[in-house]
Ligand binder design. Structure first.
Ligand code: GAP
Length: 458
């Protein structure tokens, strides 16, 4: 039953730069094992849209649950909401998105393709990559292209019915600020968090899910006194870095990068990105922004509703400033897959593919594997008990080695084998994914044993 092996997998940043994981390898694994695949695949897919399969949705849900626990449940000073995706159209005038949320765009007059003007330097023409660079194509002048996706509300189609699918989730936090503060009996400083879909009509969606047109954000807006913005910015920068370390990202795969003044978004006074080392280079997974009083001041002006607060001790009246933490769930899920992926050579000369997820994030926590189909009944009984607590998977098909390999490939941290001794000694064998070590554990204490290991370090 044992497949104990030596593991050659010291993967630091240097190693990754020398042997980058080919994105195609990961994209195929994700499709084949049901993590992520193109949306509307049978119609040829739709650029920038992706579907999460049975394992992908579990991974994403685990990631979101961990974020919610860290950012909302474990804190007294942050509360959560879940707002509508479509807000009053005035919201996006107030937020500055109607006027200023755009990327520079050029069109190729020959092939009619559209490119982001600031991303064509050094890129080859997709129609004739051997012949010319995009900059040598017959391009139009660069012009601004608003990234918000428009839709129409109601039956008649005119300007007054135009609405937008939100390009960031936070605006409803600002427009609902007074309601949430009063109903949750919070006082500044405090934060409001939410997880939800956002939409951007990206000109060139690329790098698998990295730049999508529909994606999820987990955002937290922390409202504080203007004199405390630097303190809270430093606090949240540290908290958020720790979150990524706790996800299991090695220090060598993470870095922070402050924004230069000319790259700041229209709402930000200061910003710092948390970046991850993807196979296609260092890229942002989270932004920490000092949004100043931009949002509350603008919503006050556009709605006519006062959003300032009063300090009940000093009686000072002020508009809170906002420190924002905004992480992409899809980008982080992609980073988790990349960081977890390894090909390992075993002692017997075979190779295995493993996803070394933190057990708490793994889509399947334990696979229940009866050694023979004759042991289905006791194995099903164990599954029935464990599935009340975690996502478990039952598999009785194929030899045990092949079943282990299948679970390694999707990152299942524990395989629970039921054998012919289990009926006599009341024990099962638990095989651990990373070390491949096996231990005999009493069935009675199995749930507790797994739970302790699943939560280790979080
Ligand atoms: N409310 C602030 C805001 O939206 P942002 O830097 O534009 O800030 C925050 O976005 C995060 O959302 C990014 O760090 C990234 O993880 C994610 N994100 C942004 N655009 C994305 C896209 N097109 N596809 C996938 N994720 C995206």
């Amino acid at each position: 039953m044992s497949d104990k092996a030596s593991v050659s997998s010291a993967r630091d940043a240097e190693d990754r730069e020398r042997h980058p994981l080919a994105m195609e390898t990961l994209v195929s694994l994700c499709a084949a094992r049901g993590f992520i695949y193109p949306s509307s695949e049978i119609y040829g897919g739709l650029a920038g849209f992706w579907d999460y399969g049975p394992l992908g949705v579990e991974l994403k849900n685990n990631l979101k649950a961990f974020w919610w626990r860290r950012m909302v449940r474990e804190r007294d000073d942050v509360v959560g909401i879940d707002s509508a995706i479509i807000s009053h159209p005035r919201t996006w005038e107030a937020s500055g998105h109607v006027e200023g949320f755009s990327d520079p765009m050029v069109d190729c007059r020959t092939c009619k393709r559209r490119f982001r003007a600031d991303q064509i330097e050094g890129e080859r023409c997709p129609e004739a990559p051997k012949k010319r660079a995009i900059t040598d194509c017959d391009l139009t002048e660069s012009r601004e292209f608003n990234l918000m996706l428009r839709t129409e509300l109601g039956a008649s189609v005119d300007e007054s019915t135009t609405a937008y699918l939100r390009p960031e989730t936070c605006q409803a936090i600002f427009s609902g600020f007074k309601r949430v503060r009063e109903s949750a009996r919070q006082k500044v400083p405090f934060g409001i968090a939410q997880i939800g879909k956002a939409f951007r009509n990206e000109i060139t969606p690329r790098n698998f899910t990295f730049r999508s047109r529909e994606f999820e954000q987990a955002e937290m807006e922390f409202f504080c006194h203007p004199s405390e913005s630097e303190k809270w910015f430093a606090h949240w920068r540290e908290e958020r870095l720790q979150f990524h370390r706790d996800l299991g990202f090695d220090e060598s795969l993470l870095r922070t990068r402050p924004h230069a003044p000319d790259e700041l978004a229209h709402y930000a006074r200061a910003a710092e990105d948390i970046e991850f080392l993807f196979p296609f280079g260092w890229q942002e997974i989270e932004g920490i922004h000092d949004r100043g009083d931009w949002d509350l001041t603008r919503h006050t002006a556009y709605s006519g509703k006062e959003l300032a607060v009063t300090n009940e001790h000093t009686k000072e009246r002020f508009t809170p400033v906002v420190i924002e933490t905004s992480v992409g769930i899809d980008r982080t899920a992609l980073a988790l897959l990349i960081a977890a992926y390894r090909r390992e050579r075993l002692e017997n000369g075979e190779e295995r593919t493993v996803l070394h997820f933190h057990p708490a994030l793994a889509p399947i926590k334990a696979a229940i594997l009866p050694l023979s189909k004759k042991l289905a009944e006791p194995a099903r009984a164990i599954q029935k008990n464990l599935r009340k607590h975690f996502n478990v998977f039952y598999d009785e098909a194929g030899n045990i080695g092949r079943r282990y390999r299948r679970q390694d490939e999707v990152g299942t941290p524990f395989c629970v084998t039921v054998d012919f001794d289990s009926g006599d000694d009341g024990c099962v064998t638990v095989r651990e994914r990373d070390t491949m070590e096996q231990k005999r554990i009493p069935i009675e204490g199995l749930e507790r044993y797994l739970r302790d290991l699943l939560e280790e370090g979080l």
